[in-house]
Design a protein around this ligand. Structure first.
Ligand SMILES: [Zn+2]
Ligand SMILES: [Zn+2]
Length: 238
């Protein structure tokens, strides 16, 4: 029996789109769904209408525990160019619990497979960055072997993004990319994290399609970290 208790890729109203739910509403929903570790990973400042650097600076004073849910304050930074520049300074990143880096179509034009990969690997080297977000986007093909061996070597995480896999996803076709990635993660013994990428409370802890894919592929449960808070925290270096 696999019981996920962690969701570290979620967005509140502070991300500026998709929801008006506050951190309190999100924490309450997480508690009701049995999630005990909730990571708020608001979009970085380059996303239109998202949180400003001062918001991220203020996160260190936010509550760490609500309704029995441990809260982590992170960021989903935008990768801005092929040199891996991202949209928060090292100083502000240093004040957060962890960071995710992602390629978003509104903030970077897709390059070749090699360029996209290089951008991700460089972005992953920034302070506190621990995970690559939605690496299954068909718009940004990646050299998966290179990526997974890098993550393994540097003890960083990769996610299986639920929003990519739901029917009607705006990353149409992501499932075949996710399959290739899972096969390599299995080969390299690279841990993964199921992420809801929920904008608001509604989908927190919902990993329906991610779990289905893992089960279909016989992906080893010990490589999915969502049921072990302490192991995930140590990978996040929190
Ligand atoms: Zn994203
Ligand atoms: Zn996101």
């Amino acid at each position: 029996m696999f019981t996920p208790v962690c969701d570290i890729h979620t967005h509140s109203v502070a991300s500026g789109h998709g929801t008006t739910d506050t951190v309190t509403t999100m924490a309450k929903a997480a508690a009701a769904k049995g999630i005990t570790l909730l990571g708020l990973s608001e979009h970085g400042p380059a996303t239109m209408c998202s949180a400003t650097p001062s918001y991220f600076r203020a996160c260190r004073n936010m509550p760490r525990d609500r309704f029995g849910v441990r809260l982590l304050y992170g960021v989903e930074c935008n990768i801005l160019d092929m040199d891996g520049h991202i949209d928060l300074t090292e100083e502000i990143l240093g004040t957060l619990d962890y960071g995710i880096v992602s390629l978003h179509r509104k903030n970077i034009r897709p390059g070749t497979k090699e360029q996209n990969t290089e951008a991700c690997l460089k972005a992953l080297a920034h302070t506190k960055i621990r995970m690559l977000g939605h690496p299954d986007d068909p718009l940004f093909p990646l050299e998966y072997k290179k990526l997974v061996s890098f993550l393994k070597e540097h003890q960083q995480l990769i996610e299986l993004n639920e929003a990519s896999l739901v029917p009607g996803s705006y990353r149409a076709g992501a499932d075949s990319y996710a399959r290739q990635l899972l096969a390599l993660c299995r080969e390299y013994e690279q841990p993964i994290v199921l992420s809801s990428d929920s904008h608001g409370a509604a989908h927190i802890g919902d990993f329906t399609y991610g779990l289905k894919l893992c089960e279909e592929m016989g992906f080893p449960k010990h490589l999915i970290l969502n049921d072990r808070v302490e192991v995930l925290l140590s990978m996040l270096r929190c």
